[in-house]
Design a protein around this ligand. Structure first.
Ligand SMILES: [Zn+2]
Length: 241
């Protein structure tokens, strides 16, 4: 180790680098979720619209059903008239009775069709009210989603700016770290993943919460070379509490 290196100062810089790295990791994790968040929100909007569309389809079906029954009913009226006409011309009782029965049946059919039309109208009114309700809900969900998207978009923009700042800080701080120490830091980072340098408080490594052997604990106070936690392999440094 180069004797001109102040290891205490170098360690402070490594701690700063670690903090920059953790910040970058946090922001990148947030940014990586942005696309999914957007598509989730789009899906939510589509689902909410589908509820309205479904009810509008049901309404259209009710109206169609109403028109069909109505035209059936309109066809029944002349049939009744025709049978009544025939009734006036019949000669024998049997024919008379049979025509009466036919008229009665046609009237029953008409009456039942009228009931069905009323039922259709009731359903139509219910659906119209339900559509109004769903449409209101859809509008409110739409607004909520718009706001949510704006928030996510703003957070992403902010995150990107923060990343730029952190990258610049990284450049600045790492330039103050001796190349061999920076190299060791990077190598250790690849080895342990995530947090690379951990404080030791009361002889306990804060990276893995294991005890540091007494001799090593003494050694790290001297700051004469980089030391590693025997349990988690992170670079360690003493912090007095
Ligand atoms: Zn450890």
């Amino acid at each position: 180790m180069n004797n001109n290196i102040d290891l205490r100062e170098q360690t402070e810089n490594l701690v700063k680098l670690q903090s920059i790295q953790s910040g970058k990791k946090r922001i990148n994790a947030m940014l990586s979720k942005v696309d999914k968040k957007f598509s989730d929100l789009d899906r939510e909007l589509v689902a909410s619209r589908a509820i309205v569309d479904k009810k509008e389809g049901d309404l259209e079906n009710q109206r169609k059903k109403y028109r069909e029954i109505e035209s059936e009913l309109n066809m029944n009226a002349p049939r009744i008239d025709k049978s009544k006409e025939k009734l006036r011309a019949v000669k024998n009782n049997k024919e008379y009775q049979s025509l009466l029965k036919e008229i009665e049946d046609l009237k029953k059919q008409s009456s039942s069709m009228e009931d069905n039309m009323l039922e259709c109208l009731e359903q139509t009114e219910k659906l119209e009210a339900a559509i109004k309700e769903s449409e209101t809900e859809f509008q409110s969900i739409k607004e909520h989603i718009q706001h949510e998207k704006e928030d996510v978009g703003k957070a992403a923009e902010k995150g990107k700016l923060e990343l730029e700042t952190l990258n610049a800080e990284w450049e600045q701080v790492s330039a103050a770290v001796a190349p061999e120490i920076l190299k060791t830091f990077e190598k250790t980072r690849q080895l342990v993943g995530g947090v690379t340098i951990a404080p030791v408080i009361n002889a306990v490594c804060q990276g893995c919460h294991m005890n540091i052997p007494p001799q090593l604990y003494n050694d790290i106070q001297r700051f004469d070379s980089l030391k590693y936690c025997p349990s988690c392999q992170r670079i360690i440094y003493p912090v007095v509490e």
